[in-house]
Design a protein around this ligand. Structure first.
Ligand SMILES: Cc1ncc(COP(=O)(O)O)c(C=O)c1O
Length: 350
């Protein structure tokens, strides 16, 4: 375990760890993935937008497609999407001409693959159930480490402590941040298998920052861990998530512009589309966002606003990450507010 300050810095530490342990500096990562904005972290983040102005610095990752059933050629067929993505990944190791693998030495050019169990900034895309198990098996066979970026989904956002626990694999390195201190004070860190991080391999001074392991951050982190230990968040988050998802499904039945809703625990998505229910509609999501901020939704006797978060490959996904303490009444209220905002946004664009 090694602490640092922000999420991106912990990603840098994970990169150093992989480079030291494997002697390799090239990484695999996903299209739609997000790992931060420092030079190293943006080199393994797929958006060129974050790198364009700053020149070449670290080795840029090779970005492979994330299994995104709704937008795959198999449109909604999770099993076919999983099979295709796995077959494509497997083909990289068939011969040397894929630029991945040297069959003579049995080595890959890539030290690790960086994954988010549920893509965060990418729009809360939830992969098919067995995808990661199959991916990790191929990686293990070819000496590629698996780095699990839990910065956005860790600490019970999806019910489990780590989102990857839903997918039944054991990563080599876990990176965490954000919710560890519940937004109060920066603290991040990495956990790794002992043989990768023990002082003989990753000695003292391998990484450091004045404020890593800072007192306020570690005290806050401990307080958060105690709070998380006090109740059965795994069950409550799954129960609340299922309820909220049901509400979103009801909205989808009412508005054909909602192409897809999905969720894992309290990480939920609502993909806004044109009237065909598939063509991404950034303008509808943007209009919903603006109308929410106007603060004049009338719900019962109250006048309210709605602050939305938009993500996704086409910036058309409403991503919902409510407090783990959200109540049923608050979820009902949110669904009513969303319903109003969608109706008004459709009307405005009509
Ligand atoms: C999955 C993931 N990785 C890394 C980061 C970067 O963390 P930070 O913004 O603390 O540098 C983020 C931030 O949103 C993230 O969601």
């Amino acid at each position: 375990m090694q602490f640092n300050v922000g999420g991106s810095q912990a990603i840098e530490d994970a990169l150093k760890l992989v480079r030291k342990a494997t002697g390799r500096s090239r990484m695999l990562a996903f299209q739609g993935g997000y790992h931060g904005r420092t030079l190293g972290a943006s080199a393994i983040t797929s958006s060129y937008r974050y790198r364009e102005a700053f020149g070449e610095f670290a080795d840029r990752a090779e970005f492979i497609p994330f299994p995104y059933p709704f937008r795959s050629p198999h449109r909604g067929d999770a099993q076919q999407t999983e099979d295709d993505c796995i077959a494509e990944f497997e083909r990289r190791f068939e011969h040397e001409y894929t630029g991945t693998w040297n069959p003579k030495t049995g080595r890959s050019e890539f030290g690790a693959i960086f994954v988010e169990a549920v893509q965060g900034t990418g729009g809360y895309v939830i992969p098919p159930k067995n995808y990661f198990r199959r991916l990790a098996a191929i990686c293990r066979k070819h000496g590629i480490l698996v780095v699990d970026d839990e910065i956005q989904m860790g600490f019970r956002r999806t019910g489990k402590m780590w989102a990857m626990e839903h997918f039944d694999i054991q990563p080599d390195i876990i990176v965490f941040g954000k919710a560890l201190t519940n937004g109060m004070n920066p603290l991040s860190g990495i956990w790794a298998r002992e043989e990768l991080i023990n002082p003989g391999v990753f000695g003292p001074g391998s990484t450091h920052s004045t404020f890593s392991s800072n007192t306020l951050g570690t005290a806050t982190g401990l307080a958060v861990m105690r709070i998380l230990g006090r109740a059965d968040y795994e069950s409550s988050v799954m129960r609340k998530g299922a309820y909220f998802l049901e509400k979103l499904r009801e909205l989808r039945a009412k508005h054909r512009e909602i192409g897809e809703v999905d969720g894992l625990g309290l990480a939920l998505r609502m993909e806004m589309c044109e009237a065909d229910g598939f063509t991404p509609s950034r303008r509808l999501a943007d209009r919903m966002f603006q109308l929410g901020l106007e603060g004049d939704l009338v719900i019962g006797s109250r006048t309210l606003g709605l602050v939305l978060d938009i993500g996704g490959y086409y910036k058309n996904v409403i991503t919902l990450a409510p407090s783990l303490e959200i109540t049923t009444e608050e979820m009902d209220l949110a669904a009513t507010a969303l319903d109003q905002v969608i109706s008004r946004a459709k009307q405005a664009l009509h």
